[in-house]
Design a protein around this ligand. Sequence first.
Ligand SMILES: CSC[C@H]1O[C@H](OP(=O)(O)O)[C@H](O)[C@@H]1O
Ligand SMILES: Nc1ncnc2[nH]cnc12
Length: 291
Amino acid sequence: MTKAVLGIIGGSGVYDLPGLEDMREERVASPWGEPSDVLRVGRIGDTPIAFLPRHGRGHRLSPSDINYRANIDVMKRAGVTDLISVSACGSFKNEYHPGFFVLVDQYVDRTHRRENSFFGRGCVAHVPMAHPVGPLLQERIASAAVAEGIPFTLGGTLVCIEGPQFSTYAESITYKHLGYDVIGMTAMPEAKLAREAEITYATIAMVTDYDCWHPDHEDVDVAAVVAVAQQNAAKVARLIARVAKSFPAEHEPCPVRSDRALDGAIMTAPSAQDPELLKKLDAVAGRVLNL
Ligand SMILES: CSC[C@H]1O[C@H](OP(=O)(O)O)[C@H](O)[C@@H]1O
Ligand SMILES: Nc1ncnc2[nH]cnc12
C-alpha cells in the first residue's frame, strides 16, 4: 500500500493554504537546486498535505525562473502521490468568466527556456503524456466543486506560454481559434515533471481575465489578475479542504498510469548510465532504478 499524500502548488494570489492544521515548515534539500520556498506540511482532516507557493513568498520568481524540477523533486521527497496545481489563467471562452474554474485535462506547451526533464545524458527516459491529468484526482476536485457550489467545467485545454509578457492580440485570437480554453505561464513543464516523478497531477485553472481577444473586456493586466485571484483564494481553499477531507488514505491506482509512468520508459542500458545523474534521480526514479 502507498500512503496518499496530497501536494498543493499555489499560483498567483495563492501563497498559503488556510485550514492547514498542525502546520510546520520543512526545508527539503533537492539535488536539483532551490525549490520556490520551504514546504509547508500538515494535514487537513486525516489527509497529509504538502503546500508550496510556486512563485515563492512575496512572488519573487517569474514563470521562467521557477525551478520546476526542484519543486517536483521536493514534493516527491515529501511523499506526495497526488498533486493539485492552482493557476490563474486567461480565458478564451465567453462563458468562462473571471471567477470560473476550468478543470483542464490537456496542455499545449509553448515554453522554450525551461529545464523540462529530470532525465537526459546518461539516463534517457520517455514517459507517456497523452493523458497528463489523473482522472480520479480530477473527479474528486469536480465533486468537491459541486458540493461547494463553485462554478466550473470539467475538461479543457490550457496553453502554457513562456511569458513573462502577456500575449499579443494575434497570438490571443490564434489560440482562441485553435480551440484552446485557457492560457497560463506555469503548467508546463510542471505537468511533465510530475509525470516523470510518477505523481498524479491535476490543474485547477482559475479564470482571472479574458486575455486580450475579447471586444467587450479590457486587455489583461496584472492588477486584474491579482484582484480576481485574491477574491478567489478563499474559494480555492474551500475546494481543496473539501477534496482533502474525503481523500482516501491509500493512493488510488491511476487509470492513466501516472503513478507507473516510468515502467519501460528508461532507454539507457544500465552499463551506459551516468552514476552522478542516477544519484540525483533517487527520489524521482528510485522505484524503477532500484536505488
Ligand atoms: C500575475 S499574472 C501572470 C502570472 O499568473 C499566473 O501564475 P500562476 O500560474 O502561478 O497562477 C501565470 O501563469 C503567470 O505566472
Ligand atoms: N491572460 C493570461 N495569459 C497568461 N497567463 C495568465 N495568467 C493569468 N492570466 C493570464
